[in-house]
Design a protein around this ligand. Sequence first.
Ligand SMILES: *[C@@H]1O[C@H](CO)[C@@H](O)[C@H](O)[C@H]1NC(C)=O
Ligand SMILES: *[C@@H]1O[C@H](CO)[C@@H](O)[C@H](O)[C@H]1NC(C)=O
Ligand SMILES: *[C@@H]1O[C@H](CO)[C@@H](O)[C@H](O)[C@H]1NC(C)=O
Length: 312
Amino acid sequence: MLLYHLVVILLSIWSCLGSHFRGGIFTWTPTDNQSQIEISYRVSWRRSAGGHLCSNSDIVSGQLLTGEGSLECLQGCSGTMTPLSYHCTDFSESEDWTTGIRTFIYNLPTSSQDIAFGFSSCCWIDSLRMGGGASWKLQAKAKVVKRVDTGRINSSPITSISPIVRIQYGCAGINTINLLVSDPDNDVVRCRWSTGQDECGGICSSFPGAIMNEENCTISYQANNNIGYYGVTVQVEDFPSTGGTVPYSSVPLQFLVEVYSTNQSCYRLPEFIAPTKADRENVYVNSGTTYVDKIVAISNVPNKRYYMIPSY
Ligand SMILES: *[C@@H]1O[C@H](CO)[C@@H](O)[C@H](O)[C@H]1NC(C)=O
Ligand SMILES: *[C@@H]1O[C@H](CO)[C@@H](O)[C@H](O)[C@H]1NC(C)=O
Ligand SMILES: *[C@@H]1O[C@H](CO)[C@@H](O)[C@H](O)[C@H]1NC(C)=O
């Protein structure tokens, strides 16, 4: 019997979204003041690790949780940019995770055209199939001079993905993970695996068998190897649409893939149906207004929850 689930979500603001680290992402956009950028991030943690015990009332109140660690300047700037406190947006008691977001204003150094900043410490969750308990590192690079074509500082590409992507083990065919990228400056966006200690700490190359399609930012994966959690580390980069191999910026995107086994037959992914907007359709929203839209999906798997993360 097919059970149909209707999912209706109201989008208001951008919401989601130790051995306790479970992934993160950093993006930015210029403000009206050309000597500042606004940096946004999402971090995910093991909920039972100290300091990440988010509750429903934390989500409702929107209060700032202390979080953990700080974003550090690595190149072209110096010192700590901000402590990584966050507003919790989601948590799961049974799966033991918390995820939260925050945005802050950063005053740019006057002398630098390029800056790099990052977040690193130990450790990724122990249950990773490869690199469990290893140190984490995320690194972002940003050109912070005014662009001649736009007259503004570059905005990084935008990307969003749920903190855990689930793939059923042993189902024939290739699974596709769509990284849902876009770029406010209409630059060309490409994705690649993070490489080296600076970009992925102790979990580089820890999603074996997955293939990155750099041009369209999808990851192809045949889930016939091992079940379990995989840490995935990606850089999302924006290039001039006129060509060129040097990106304006590089955004770290790190998340988990869970390959799980079940006796249920292989299912089709839930499908979006009308009135949901088409994939990659652009919607223009005036700043300072609330945007509301309806998203409807059908699934053929009973009693299954899906997380939906709007990309903007
Ligand atoms: C822009 O930001 C800088 C750094 O915070 C500040 O000193 C300056 O007054 C700001 N300019 C305007 C026009 O707000
Ligand atoms: C993305 O690129 C891969 C490799 O070129 C291709 O097989 C796949 O069909 C593309 N997917 C989309 C959604 O364009
Ligand atoms: C699948 O079925 C087998 C045999 O009936 C059982 O031992 C196993 O626990 C089941 N696995 C799951 C995930 O339900």
